[in-house]
Each structure stands twice: as C-alpha cells, then as structure tokens.
Design a protein around this ligand. Structure first.
Ligand code: NAP
Length: 257
C-alpha cells in the first residue's frame, strides 16, 4: 500500500492543480501538509520533499505553486490544493479518501490581543482554522490510515498550548485544545498502527507575527521542519509523541550568543 501513485490518488477536475513531476520513478510515501504556502508549512514541505511525495494545501494557489517548484529539485512529486480549510464540505470533498501516509496539520492563525479588544471575526477565525480545520482535515484522512493499519498525524501546536499570556485568550485557548486533541487521539489510534505527534514550537520568525515585529531572536521555520522530519521518519516501532522546540535564549540576538 506504500506504492501509492500520487496522480491516481487525487480527485480529477480539481481547480488549480500543479504537478511538479510525473515520472515512473519509484513511489515514495505521501505527506499532506496544510498551511504549506509560507512560513513553517513551506519549510516542512521543502524538508519532506527529500523523502516524500507531497500534497500541499493552503488558500493561496500562487504561493503553493511556487513552493511546489522549490520542491522540484528534491525529486518529489507535488500536488497543490487551494482550499479554505474553514470550509468543511469543500475540505471533505477534496481530501476524503486520499491515501496519505503522513498528515501534517500545520495551518494556523494568531491574533494576539486582549479579549475585550478582540472582534468576533478575529475570535471565530482563530477557532475555525486552529480548531475546526483540524477536525475537517483529520476526519477526512484518518479513516484511511486506520484502515491501512499505518500512518502518522503530526500536528503543529505551540508552547502557547501549555502556557498562558496576556493577549492569548483565544490563540492560547486554541493551542491548549490542540494538546488535548493530540494526546487523546494518540491513545485512540496507536493500536491501529497510526502515530500522532504534536510539535510545540516557541517563537518562530514567520508572518504569524504582525509586520514590524523583531524576529531576530526567534527560531527559523527550518528548525521546526527538522523536528517534524525527526518525528515522521522515526522507526515504525517508535513514536515521538510530544516535541517542544524553543529558542535557546529568547530575546537575545543570535549574533551575541
Ligand atoms: P504563517 O506564516 O502565517 O503561515 C500560516 C499558514 O496557514 C499559511 O500557509 C496560510 O496559507 C495557512 N492558512 C491560514 N488560514 C488558512 C485557511 N483558512 N485555510 C487554509 N490555510 C490557511 O504562520 P506560521 O508561523 O508558519 O504558522 C504555522 C503553524 O505554526 C500555526 O499552526 C501556528 O499556530 C504554529 N506556530 C507558530 C509559531 C510562530 O512563532 N510562528 C509558534 C508556535 C506555533 P494561506 O494564507 O495561503 O491560506
């Protein structure tokens, strides 16, 4: 069942597909990465391109195509799917039944401001992407993994899923949800041969932060991609369940370390 032909696996007639490569090369396991159009998701895609064929998901089709081209040199076959993951029916239609070996639930948004200053739209957007999209994507792909008796669900949580801070009522709340979800799901599906990992980064220099934020001291997206690769390529009998990755010395420029 590892011998999935990515092309055959994907629904036809989908808008905006971009195949970077269609060859008769030996097939590889397939990894689907959400939020792959930039930031941590893009770095994960580039890192996994060395070992996996890829399905890259986000809303921005142009950015996804650019990431797919960047993965080309690694020999990965890449399909992009431009989907708003807040749209449950569209997500289910696009993803249900895809024979994906590794699912990286990475897409996320953050609006860090005090509860009384947060608009209803900002609240709902965070819950929709960080919590409900996690449901839509995982619900579409997990049954196939359980049926095949193998697979890996890797979720990008956050240290905000363990800590609290001013401005974190919603974002930290959604990331606390992610921890409870990941830890419970792991117990539910491990005996079916499916692993669940949650990677919890500290601060990473991406567009998650408002323009003008000093990101000099933060981790780089590639650091998180390395952690994901470590988790999803571990030997079959070994599960890396929780992995926290932080800057060594926050708020200190790396150059002075
Ligand atoms: P980012 O640069 O803002 O990237 C967010 C990604 O999510 C983009 O690819 C975006 O793509 C996608 N996305 C957002 N809304 C979406 C939607 N409705 N449907 C589909 N895709 C959507 O942020 P990042 O820092 O890489 O964050 C990635 C993950 O890491 C998030 O879960 C975040 O909570 C977590 N994290 C980040 C940090 C940090 O310090 N940066 C720390 C801990 C955890 P489109 O806009 O193209 O849809």
């Amino acid at each position: 069942m590892r011998n999935i032909r990515l092309r055959r696996a994907l629904p036809t007639g989908m808008s905006g597909p971009y195949f970077s490569r269609m060859t008769n090369a030996p097939t590889r396991p397939v990894a689907l990465v959400t939020g792959a159009s930039r930031g941590i998701g893009r770095a994960i895609a580039l890192r996994l391109a060395a070992t996996h064929d890829l399905v890259l998901v986000a809303r921005n089709a142009g950015h996804l195509a650019s990431v797919a081209r960047d993965c080309d040199a690694s020999g990965a076959r890449v399909q992009t799917l431009a989907i708003d993951l807040c749209d449950g029916p569209a997500t289910a239609t696009a993803l249900t039944g895809l024979p994906v070996d590794v699912l990286v639930n990475n897409a996320g948004v953050a609006v860090m401001k005090p509860f009384l200053e947060m608009t209803a739209e900002e609240w709902h957007r965070q819950v929709d992407v960080n919590v409900n999209a996690l449901y839509h994507v995982t619900r579409a792909l997990l049954p196939g993994m359980v049926q095949r008796g193998r697979g890996h669900v890797c979720i990008i949580g956050s240290t905000a899923g363990r800590n609290s801070f001013v401005g974190g009522t919603c974002y930290a709340g959604t990331k606390h949800f992610v921890m409870g979800f990941a830890e419970s799901l792991m117990l539910e599906v491990r005996d079916a041969g499916v692993g669940v990992s949650v990677i919890t980064p500290g601060s990473v220099a991406t567009e998650l932060f408002p323009e003008g934020t000093n990101t000099d001291w933060m981790l780089e997206p590639e650091n998180i991609a390395d952690a994901v690769a470590f988790a999803v390529t571990a030997p079959p009998h070994m599960l890396v369940h929780r992995l926290e990755v932080r800057p060594l010395s926050p708020k200190r420029p790396r150059s002075s370390l």
